[in-house]
Design a protein around this ligand. Structure first.
Ligand code: GUN
Ligand code: ZN
Length: 437
């Protein structure tokens, strides 16, 4: 197999950047090279050094003056919600009942699931996202469609069929037994096939009966290496309803705790209105809180207190995500732009290095896959995004006054979107395709 040698301005993080001057937190090469063989980065660094390791058959691609970063990671997204993104006028529970659940009933049709899975992964690639943690619908066929499409593209994706057996229309309900059986079958078929990873996915406490929560806990015990993903503390009405459904619980987090769903591979979407006790429980268990700023603003859910969660004595592990279709954009750049504003409303700042750390290495750490993706380290998978900070006339004009890498990154985050993504590589192969519906 021939190798590929990419040339450009490479940027990859080695740890959380404390400040804008914390240079040892990242590796930046003004003239960088990445040598890729069999889908992996085998050499990286200054271009002249990396070039020496290439052979005469190596295909060379020059992306200068663009930036080469690890592909973006979206830690929480609903692929069956593509056709309800931008639905007007509701808070969480009404939004679910009015738009989301009816929409997801369509995924009983496997053909529909295959079409949307294909378009969804086209769309994420166009936005520079190379890995997602995705919720499928309740239907086994929707997860099969997602994994088949992801596998065909050789993407590292994490996904699961949602388990939900109450408080929703018949067309999106399973039962404790069928939810368990379908999940088992999907794990057997897809987990570890190529780059695919399965996540046990009870939608949230409101749509699972205690019997189903028991089953979800059993699945986690039987498969301790798997991810678990669900929603937690997004909206006040949701919290109150959960308390009604599980009257014995100390708080919302206690419900998941009770059924054994907390842990290092557990991803909790939103986590906006946590008590200190709940934050302690998440921290003690190594669970991950997933920040979904565009969704939290769009649904009026609240402001995730990112910096306080990081700083507390028992800090939270944090990921960032779009939460499409509650979220309003597929772009992790747009997501961090809104994230910046949410954090600003809490009286804090997130500097641009921290932002780009979050959507690359930070999310890879939160998803426990940093040995494989999220950096440009030798030996990791060659999932790479190429970013152009002069992608639009307004960006080009603003770039005339930009003097530092930090300013360029902040410009990309504030003005950039899919137009700033010049190319995407998945396992070393170009993957940006224009949507053909
Ligand atoms: N809580 C339960 N399901 C969902 C969903 O699909 N989106 C959001 N934002 N919150 C949820
Ligand atoms: Zn969600």
């Amino acid at each position: 197999m021939t190798s590929t040698l990419l040339r450009g301005r490479t940027l990859s993080f080695v740890r959380w950047p404390q400040t804008i001057d914390d240079h040892s937190a990242w590796r930046y090469e003004e003239d960088g090279g990445l040598l890729i063989t069999h889908g992996r980065i085998v050499a990286s660094g200054a271009y002249p050094d990396v070039e020496k390791q290439a052979d005469e058959w190596t295909k060379k691609i020059d992306h200068r003056p663009h930036l080469l970063l690890p592909g973006f990671i979206d830690a929480h997204v609903h692929f069956p919600q593509m056709q309800i993104i931008a639905s007007y006028g509701a808070e969480l529970l009404d939004w679910l009942n009015t738009y989301t659940f009816p929409e997801e009933t369509k995924f009983a049709n496997a053909q529909h699931g295959r079409r949307v899975a294909r378009l969804f992964l086209d769309e994420t690639a166009r936005h520079g996202t190379t890995t997602v943690a995705a919720y499928c619908s309740v239907h086994k066929a929707s997860a099969e469609a997602f994994f088949a499409e992801s596998h065909a593209r050789d993407m590292l994706n994490i996904a699961g069929k949602v388990m939900m057996d109450r408080n929703a229309p018949e067309g999106v309900l399973d039962t404790p037994q069928s939810g368990y059986d379908d999940t088992k079958a999907l794990i057997a078929e897809w987990h570890g096939k190529g780059r695919q990873l399965y996540a046990i996915t009870p939608r949230f406490a409101i749509t699972s009966s205690p019997e189903q929560m028991e089953m979800a806990g059993a699945l986690c015990r039987e498969h301790p290496d798997l991810h678990m993903q669900t929603h937690l503390s997004e909206n006040h009405a949701e919290i109150a309803f959960t308390q009604q459904l599980y009257p014995w619980s100390r708080d919302y987090t206690d419900v998941y705790e009770h059924y054994g769903l907390l842990g290092k591979k557990s991803l909790f979407g939103h986590c906006i209105h946590l008590s200190e006790r709940e934050a302690d429980a998440l921290s003690d268990s190594g669970s991950v809180a997933v920040f979904c700023p565009t969704s939290n603003l769009f649904l009026g859910s609240g402001l995730f207190d990112y910096q306080r969660f990081r700083r507390r004595d028992k800090p939270l592990r944090i990921a960032a995500a779009t939460d499409v279709g509650g979220g309003t954009n597929y772009s992790m750049l747009r997501t961090m732009e809104e994230g910046y504003k949410v954090i600003a409303l809490n009286g804090e700042k997130l500097n641009p290095f921290q932002s780009f750390w979050q959507i690359t290495r930070g999310n890879a750490e939160a998803l426990s896959v940093v040995d494989r993706i999220g950096t440009l380290e030798d030996g990791t998978d060659a999932d790479i995004v190429v970013l152009d900070a002069r992608a639009t006339p307004a960006m080009r004009l603003r770039m005339e006054t930009v003097e530092t890498l930090a300013q360029e990154l902040f410009l990309l985050q504030t003005l950039g979107d899919d137009r700033a993504v010049r190319e995407v590589y998945v396992a070393g192969r170009p993957a940006r395709s224009d949507i053909a519906i």
